[in-house]
Write a protein that binds this ligand. Structure first.
Ligand SMILES: *Cc1c(COP(=O)(O)O)cnc(C)c1O
Length: 457
């Protein structure tokens, strides 16, 4: 049956899921609660609602509903760029001379160039419903900021984006895209917030980090009643929105009786991975399949492979609630030489728990290896992949090569989360041989772990 699979499996908009899948409601035991750092007590919905939109807080703390309805207006927007295709990578299979079947779900078909729009749309929709007039956020590589500018423009909300300074310098056109959609983009750390000024006072030359941009965005959102902070990854409600990716993939693959043996996703904060695996992981947790799940991260920011499973802050300014997750410590400053996203010190608590309990296997890959995979992929599959996505491509290639050696006909599914048009400076460095592989030493990681909070102090 599965040898009749077409290059692209298109489902129609009528086949699109009407419900998101809430993976946290499937966990064998509940997640450990987020804690208020002052009291050490679980945070309440009321406390979270000072920072986030109310509906997102409800979803964040919803541990019981397995399915949550996608609001009709959100579905209407989704239909402008979804469903996204599942592609059978026949050409890559040929080049690798592998008996494996390789499939990817391609999320780069919208202007943001990534899956981020899937969560930007509902988050801004809920903000508007609540009567807010503006939202703030951070962006690293720029895809989230772009997605959110698209959503804010559509719903007529003001948006301020704190963009990690090195990224703003590496990718000036990202800023131009966001501004075209009407967003106010500020390189972070900046002089516009107290936390930005204090970070700059300590380290005037810093290139910034996601953790630090988050602190700035939160500070600004706290100043107004009509403004809230929105986050593009890590949080449970973001994983919920991203489940559209996996649900569509499963509908498409089920048509051809294909159940993946292994599902691979890159992991920055965990949202695309959580979304892609959602329906398959739900089945696995309920004993209906035995799919293998792999999270791929950069060796330069090895949260899952070398981090601690501990309570930590989500931001450098230590303003967020404490979350139990894999972390390198909120004080960890990722190497500026690393291109693209995936540079966050922490990780989604759902993904962290699934890794901790052995359901997801983490792997770290080196930057130059990632670009080698990206180059091979674009030459045979046509699409220029985002560097983030290329972490997953690399592991898919490794798995397909293993099958060549063992003769196994594994079905491999990976997430092609986006396109790499704004990452051409990095592609060029790779081709010119000036790209380096930075891997932090144990001592450097220890310095990050030293910033981990002691609960109750
Ligand atoms: C943001 C981003 C990622 C990583 O974020 P996750 O929350 O881990 O999914 C991966 N790929 C692309 C293209 C992105 O924009």
């Amino acid at each position: 049956m599965s040898n009749h699979v077409p290059y692209k499996i298109f489902i129609t908009e009528n086949d699109m899921p009407r419900f998101w899948l809430n993976l946290q409601a499937f966990l064998p035991e509940p997640l450990e609660p987020m804690l208020n750092p002052q009291t050490g007590e679980p945070v309440t919905a009321g406390e979270l609602s000072q920072v986030f939109c109310e509906e997102c807080v409800k979803q964040e703390l919803n541990f019981t509903d397995k399915l949550i309805e996608i609001p009709e207006p959100v579905l209407e927007f989704y239909k402008m760029y979804r469903p996204s295709p599942v592609v059978r990578a026949y050409n890559l299979e040929r080049v690798l001379d592998t008996p494996a079947e390789i499939y990817y779900k391609f999320e780069g078909t919208n202007t943001s160039g990534s899956h981020k729009l899937n969560s930007a749309i509902p988050q801004v929709y809920y903000a508007k419903q609540q009567g807010l007039t503006s939202v703030t956020t951070e962006t690293g590589a720029g895809q989230w900021g772009t997605a959110l500018s698209m959503a804010a423009a559509f719903y007529g909300l003001d948006l301020t984006v704190y963009m990690v300074k090195v990224s703003a310098q590496q990718k000036p056109y990202r800023k131009a895209v966001m501004e075209t959609y009407g967003a106010n983009v500020i390189p972070s750390p900046s002089e516009t917030t107290q936390v930005g000024r204090s970070i700059l006072a300590k380290d005037p030359e810093t290139g910034g980090s996601l953790g630090c941009a988050i602190s700035e965005a939160i500070e600004v959102s706290m100043k107004s009643d009509r403004c809230r902070y929105v986050l593009g990854s890590v949080m449970n409600h973001v994983l919920l929105h991203q489940s559209i990716v996996g649900l569509e993939a499963k509908i498409a693959l089920d048509r051809y009786n294909v159940t993946p043996d292994i599902i691979i996703g890159c992991a920055g904060g965990g949202s695309n991975l959580g979304g892609l695996i959602a329906p398959y992981m739900a089945d696995r947790l309920e004993g209906r399949n035995n799919v293998e799940f792999v999270a791929v991260e950069p060796a330069s920011c090895p949260t899952l492979t070398r981090g601690r499973y501990a309570y930590d802050y989500g931001d450098t300014g230590r303003t967020t609630p404490l979350v139990k997750m894999y972390t390198l410590g909120s004080g960890f400053m990722p190497s500026p030489n690393h291109a693209g996203g995936l540079r966050y010190h922490g990780m989604s608590s759902v993904i962290s728990k699934l890794v901790h309990d052995g359901y997801i296997k983490p792997r770290a890959v080196k930057q130059t290896t990632v670009f080698e995979a990206a180059t091979m992929f674009c030459r045979c599959e046509g699409t220029l992949p985002a560097p983030e996505s290329s972490h997953a491509i690399q592991v898919a290639i490794e798995e397909a090569i293993k099958c060549r050696e063992t003769g196994e006909k594994k079905k491999i599914l990976f997430g092609l989360t986006g396109t790499g048009y704004f990452d051409l400076a990095a592609y060029q460095e790779y081709r010119e041989g000036t790209m380096t592989d930075y891997i932090p030493t144990d001592e450097e990681l220890e310095r990050g772990f030293a910033s981990l909070p002691v609960i109750g102090e």
